[in-house]
Design a protein around this ligand. Structure first.
Ligand code: ADP
Ligand code: TRP
Length: 336
């Protein structure tokens, strides 16, 4: 990938970020800034589908933006903006609905899952509880991606269908209007292997939906308590332990230096290190990693902090690009 390719991803703004989000999404996004033209946006209109409490939506958008900035995202070197600040996204979505087959949307995983749930519950209307925001979700996502003429979209595997739909919708547009204007066809970039999936405190994948997550910016005393609560077996202190089946060690490994992780692995395997001591070590490492970010996060969450200015400037820069795309698209379709 050359440095001029556009690398864009959207961040759902539902709930405060956890350390799994850090490992799986934020850290790789920070690394990508070094080598790509990156754009990161807060997908607040996508979140509106799940979050119907305005105070919560407001809070979560600020919280996610503050988290990414506190982790070191540099607004001078990347573009960070709110989806809702870019009216061109919504205009493009309307245009794209006219080249998108309804059958494609019928096959969308999220929509099909909602119908399957209704069927399993014996409901007579399989579309019960499905609104048009859910049904059109993939088209809004296509608009997010295409409005910035994106080449690559780094996302989790769960988003693969959405990226493929975006490519299909772009091709349908290009088929109709390609002699006037053609979108670049975006490609998904997916994490490789399982190594980037962080376990939660119950050993399953860390996820807000399992309520097994460690929030990134938990105050020190609450972080300590949560780490102490991670279930472990009753192997005595002196017995050898298998680091590879311990979620405490798996968590430690992600955040400790390689040397520290190797030394701790040795001690566990040799016996003589108890779970309590391992948990203390994990707490220290997490606190050292996230402590400084927590301070910055708290500052950014204050009303009147630098956050609003950063997002406003991001929106302005993003709009330059989205306006330029829309001018070409409008001309191509004949709406001048
Ligand atoms: P959650 O499962 O908590 O709702 P999301 O689905 O909102 O998290 O995930 C947001 C981003 O964080 C995605 O890019 C996802 O791949 C990443 N992510 C979430 N949980 C983990 C995890 N346990 N390990 C690694 N990455 C994760
Ligand atoms: N649907 C994505 C998710 O749940 C968020 C998202 C919205 C997105 N628009 C996007 C991701 C555009 C990449 C590109 O995580």
């Amino acid at each position: 990938m050359a440095a001029t390719t556009t690398y864009l991803t959207g961040i759902q703004t539902s709930g405060e970020p956890h350390i799994g989000n850090y490992v799986g999404a934020i850290k790789p996004a920070l690394a990508a800034v070094e080598s790509h033209d990156t754009k990161y946006f807060l997908a607040d209109y996508h979140s509106l589908n799940a979050v119907k409490d305005p105070e919560k939506l407001r809070h979560d958008v600020r919280s996610v933006a503050a988290a990414w900035l506190a982790c070191g995202l540099d607004p001078a070197r990347t573009l960070i903006y709110r989806q809702s600040s870019i009216p061109e996204v919504f205009e493009l979505m309307v245009i794209l609905t006219n080249v998108t087959a309804k059958g494609l949307m019928n096959r969308s995983h999220a929509y099909k899952a909602a119908r399957d749930r209704n069927e399993a519950a014996g409901a007579s209307d399989l579309d019960g509880g499905v609104n048009m925001g859910l049904f059109n979700y993939p088209i809004l996502m296509a608009a997010d991606i295409l409005v910035m003429e994106t080449d690559y979209v780094p996302v989790g595997r769960d988003q693969q269908q959405h990226i493929e739909y975006t490519a299909d919708i772009a091709k349908a547009f290009n088929h109709h209007y390609g002699e006037h204007y053609a979108f670049p066809i975006p490609q998904g970039v997916y994490p490789e292997g399982e190594s980037s999936v962080l376990p939660g405190i119950d050993g399953r994948k860390m996820s807000k939906s399992y309520d097994n997550h460690i929030p990134m910016f938990l105050p020190e005393n609450r972080l300590k308590k949560l780490v102490r609560r991670i279930p472990t077996d009753s192997t005595p202190v002196e017995a050898p332990k298998d680091p590879d089946t311990s979620s405490v060690f798996q968590l430690l490994r992600q955040f400790a230096s390689e040397d520290q992780a190797a030394a701790t692995r040795k001690r566990l395997e040799a016996g003589g290190m108890g779970w309590g001591e391992l948990k203390n070590e994990l707490f220290e490492v997490l606190n050292a990693t996230f402590g400084p970010m927590r301070e910055r996060y708290t500052e950014l969450m204050e009303p009147g902090s630098a956050l609003d200015g950063i997002l406003a400037e991001g929106a302005e820069r993003a709009r330059e690009r989205s306006r330029a795309t829309l001018a070409k698209v409008r001309a191509a379709v004949g709406i001048d």
